[in-house]
Design a protein around this ligand. Structure first.
Ligand code: IVH
Length: 678
C-alpha cells in the first residue's frame, strides 16, 4: 500500500533528521522542511490510523494523565559517585586505582558532570519501552510517557540495536531553552523557574505528559545498565561512541586522558569552557576507560571505585538568615532579601541573597532565623534555595511584605497577574532614583568609573542629584564635601563623568534603563534605528521589526518615551554635552552588503555568540543556515569547529573567521585583520 510506504519513509526521514540534529549537532534540513514532513506524516496517520506505530515521531505525547507514577526496580542499581574537590583528591584517586590495578599509568574517560536528573531508558529490540528516575538507586519511578516527549530521545534506536539495552544518562534543560521558557512564563504571568535543573525536575515529574511536552527537555547519555544480545565495546569511551551510533545524544565534551596530569588538564579546560556550554554542569566525571579494569576495581558501598566526580568549587553553602528586608529596584520592584551570616560560596563571601518575590519566599517557606541553603552560580545574584525546617529555632519569624515602600512611603502595588510588588512612588522614590543612577553609570552603560553605591546614596540623600542629567552639573567642590571623598577622588570622579559624555547610541539606550530592554536589545535598537530621535518616535509596530523585540518589550519602550519626564532628562543630557555618533537606519535587509549570501556558523567565535553573529549577518541581508550544502557561500568557523568545518572543506566552501566576517559587514577595516594576523 502506497500510504504505508510513504508513512514509513517519512518516519525514517524524521528519525534521521532528529539524529543529525540532536546527536551529530549537524542538521541537514531547515526546520520548516522538518515541520512539513512531520505535518505530512500526521495527516497520513489521521487518515489511516492503522499506520500509527508507537515509535512514530508523531506519537511522543500521550494524552492520559496519570494519578501516580508506578515504581520500577533497577536490576542493576543506579549508583552515586564519590566526589573530589581539590587536586589532592584526584591524586589520591589515581594512586588508589593504580595500586589496585598494579599499573603505572591509567587511561581515563573524562566527561562533564551534567546538572540534571539521572534517568534510565530501557530499549527492547531497539524500541524505547520504559524510562525511570533514579529514585533511591534500587527503585525509581516510571516516567516513560514524559520521557517520550524529551527532544532528541530516540523512540527507536538506529539499525543494529542489541536485544536489550538500558541507557543511563541525565535529563536536563539547555540554558537557552530555559531562558525562553521563563520568558514565556513571564509573558503568560506564570511563575518563573529558578534554574534549569529545577525546571527539568519539575517538568519530568508532571503527571500529565502534555505539560511535559511543552517543556524543552533534553537527554544526554553517560553509560549503560542491563544489556543483552551484543558484545559491547571493551572501553567506556567506545561504549559512548556506540551509544551515539545507536542514536543516543552524547556530549561531545569528552576525552580519553592519561594519568593525573591528563585528568587535571581536562578539568581546567572544561572549567574555562563551562560558561559557554549550552547546558549547566557542576563538575567533571572521570572513569577508568577499560571496562575490565572497572570490574576489577569494583564498588565501595554505593559508589564505584573506578570513577570520581571532580566538582567545581561549591556554589551552595549553608548559613543562617539574620533578617529579611526588601530592596527597591530601579523599576520600583520590591525584592525580599535575606541578610545572612557571611558564608563563603562559589569563591566569594556572601552576606545577602535574594528571595526573588513574595510568592517564592512563601513557597520556600523561609523564616527569619532559618538555616538555609544559599546558591551562587556564575555572575548571578546569590539566592536562597531552600530552608532546612528541621533546624528552625522556636523563635523563627515569618516576614510580611510591607504595604508602603520602605524608601519613600508610597503605596506598594501588586497587580493581580504579577508576581512582583512595586513601589508606586516612581521618581519621587529615592531608592528607585539611586538604582537608576547606578545603572546609568554602570560599566556597560555610561561607564562612569568610581560612581559607586556609597556616593550615589549621598548624592540622592542630600538632593544633589535627582536625575541622571544632574550628574553632569556636579563639580569638584560639591563632591569633595561628601563623606569619604577627598579632593583627589572628587577630581577623578568629575573627570570620569566628563569622559562618559562621549558614548555610543547603544550604551546610551541601555543606560536609560527602559524596562525589559537589556544590553542586547539596546544594541539591536541602536543598529536598527541609528538615531535616538528615530527610536523615540517609533511606533510599537516599528519597534517589533527589530529582532527579538516582541510586544512586551515594544510596549515598555513606547511607554518609556511617552513619559514627559524621561524626554526632559534626555534633552538635558544632550544639553550638557552627552553625545554619540548616529547613522542612517539599518539598510533594508535585501539591500544589505550580504544580500543573497548564505552563511553557516560553527564552533565558538572569539567575541560573540552565534546568535549575535546571526543577527549581524541578517541585518546585512545575509541568510544563516544550519547545515553546510553546496548552496552555502561561507562557513564562519570558531574554536572547536566540528563536522560542519570538515564538510565545508570537503565541498570546497570558503571558510572565514570572525574577523573576516566583521570586515565583510564593514564593522572593522580589513587593514585591522592584516595587522592582527601579522
Ligand atoms: S556515571 C556508576 N557520569 O551524577 C557511575 N554520572 O553522583 C554512575 N551524573 O546521579 C554515574 N553526569 O546522574 C555519571 N557523566 C556522568 C554524569 C553522572 C552526571 C550524575 C548521575 C548520578 C550522579 C552521581
Amino acid at each position: 500500500m502506497q500510504a504505508a510506504e510513504r508513512a514509513s519513509k517519512l518516519r525514517e526521514a524524521l528519525n534521521h533528521h532528529n539524529y543529525r540534529y540532536y546527536v551529530l549537532d549537524d542538521p541537514e534540513l531547515p526546520d520548516a522542511e522538518y515541520d512539513r514532513f512531520f505535518g505530512e506524516l500526521q495527516a497520513l496517520e489521521a487518515q489511516f490510523p492503522d499506520l500509527i506505530t508507537s515509535d512514530s515521531p508523531t506519537q511522543r505525547v500521550g494524552s492520559t494523565p496519570l494519578s501516580a507514577f508506578e515504581q520500577v526496580a533497577h536490576r542493576i542499581p543506579m549508583l552515586s559517585l564519590n566526589n573530589g574537590f581539590i587536586d589532592d583528591d584526584i591524586v589520591a584517586f589515581d594512586r588508589r586505582v593504580r595500586e589496585i590495578l598494579e599499573v603505572d599509568t591509567v587511561e581515563y574517560s573524562a566527561e562533564p558532570k551534567f546538572d540534571g536528573l539521572a534517568i534510565s531508558l530501557r530499549y527492547e529490540g531497539g524500541l524505547f519501552v520504559q524510562g525511570a528516575t533514579r529514585g533511591d538507586g534500587s527503585t525509581g519511578e516510571d516516567v516513560t510517557q514524559n520521557l517520550r516527549t524529551v527532544r532528541g530521545l530516540p523512540l527507536r534506536l538506529r539499525a543494529g540495536a542489541p536485544r536489550l539495552l538500558e541507557v543511563r544518562g541525565e535529563v536536563l534543560m539547555f540554558r537557552r531553552d530555559f531562558e525562553l521558557l521563563n520568558q514565556r512564563q513571564r509573558e503568560m504571568g506564570d511563575k518563573e523557574f529558578v534554574n534549569p535543573r529545577n525546571a527539568a525536575a519539575g517538568s519530568l515529574r508532571q503527571l500529565n505528559p502534555r505539560l511535559t511536552a511543552n517543556r524543552p527537555l533534553r537527554f544526554l547519555g553517560y553509560g549503560i545498565g542491563e544489556s543483552a544480545g551484543e558484545v559491547l565495546p571493551g572501553r567506556h569511551s567506545g561504549l559512548l561512541s556506540r551509544l551515539a551510533d545507536l542514536g543516543i545524544p552524547i556530549s561531545s565534551e569528552r576525552a580519553v586522558v592519561r594519568g593525573v596530569d591528563g585528568l587535571l588538564g581536562f578539568y581546567r579546560k572544561l572549567g574555562t569552557r563551562r560558561p559557554a556550554l549550552p547546558y549547566e554542569i557542576d563538575g567533571v566525571v572521570y572513569k577508568v576507560d577499560d571496562l575490565r579494569a572497572q570490574e576489577q576495581l569494583g564498588f565501595v558501598s554505593r559508589a564505584p571505585r573506578f570513577a570520581l566526580a571532580h566538582k567545581f568549587p561549591a556554589e551552595e553553602a549553608i548559613t543562617e538568615v539574620r533578617d529579611i528586608d526588601v530592596q527597591v529596584g530601579r523599576t520600583g520592584a520590591l525584592t525580599p532579601t535575606a541578610r545572612l551570616n557571611p558564608v563563603f560560596v562559589g569563591g566569594v563571601t556572601v552576606t545577602n541573597a535574594t528571595l526573588h518575590n513574595e510568592d517564592e519566599m512563601r513557597r520556600k517557606d523561609i523564616h527569619i532565623g532559618d538555616t538555609v541553603v544559599v546558591r551562587r552560580a556564575g555572575d548571578v545574584i546569590p539566592e536562597v534555595v531552600r530552608a532546612l525546617p528541621e533546624r528552625r529555632p522556636p523563635d523563627a519569624r515569618r516576614f510580611t511584605m510591607p504595604v508602603t515602600c520602605p524608601a519613600c512611603g508610597s503605596a506598594v502595588v501588586r497587580l493581580p497577574d504579577e508576581a512582583i510588588a512595586r513601589c508606586s512612588g516612581g521618581l519621587i522614590c529615592p531608592a528607585q532614583r539611586k538604582q537608576a543612577l547606578l545603572h546609568f553609570a554602570s560599566r556597560r552603560a555610561m561607564d562612569v568609573e568610581g560612581l559607586g553605591e556609597k556616593i550615589v546614596d549621598q548624592l540622592v540623600d542630600r538632593d544633589l542629584v535627582r536625575a541622571a542629567s544632574d550628574l553632569y552639573r556636579l563639580n569638584v567642590s560639591v563632591l569633595a564635601a561628601l563623606d569619604r571623598m577627598g579632593e583627589k577622588s572628587a577630581r577623578n570622579l568629575i573627570d570620569a563623568i566628563e569622559h562618559s559624555k562621549q558614548t555610543t547610541l547603544e550604551r546610551f539606550i541601555y543606560a536609560l534603563g527602559i524596562r525589559n530592554a537589556g544590553e542586547s536589545t539596546a544594541r539591536d535598537l541602536a543598529r536598527h534605528f541609528g538615531s535616538l530621535d528615530r527610536l523615540i518616535t517609533a511606533t510599537e509596530e516599528q519597534l517589533q521589526q527589530v529582532s527579538d523585540v516582541g510586544p512586551v518589550v515594544a510596549e515598555s519602550i513606547r511607554r518609556f518615551f511617552a513619559e514627559k519626564h524621561n524626554l526632559e532628562v534626555i534633552d538635558q543630557l544632550r544639553a550638557t554635552g552627552v553625545h554619540w555618533p548616529e547613522h542612517e537606519p539599518a539598510v533594508a535587509p535585501a539591500a544589505g552588503v550580504l544580500a543573497g549570501k548564505t552563511f553557516v556558523l560553527t564552533g565558538i567565535l572569539p567575541s560573540m555568540s552565534r546568535d549575535n553573529a546571526r543577527h549581524r549577518i541578517e541585518a546585512q541581508g545575509g541568510k544563516v543556515s544550519g547545515a553546510v550544502s553546496k548552496k552555502t557561500d561561507y562557513v564562519v568557523a570558531g574554536d572547536d569547529a566540528g563536522s560542519k568545518l570538515d564538510r565545508a572543506n570537503a565541498l570546497g566552501i570558503k571558510v572565514i573567521d570572525e574577523l573576516q566576517l566583521l570586515a565583510m559587514i564593514g564593522e572593522i577595516e580589513s587593514e585591522t585583520i592584516r595587522e592582527i594576523n601579522q
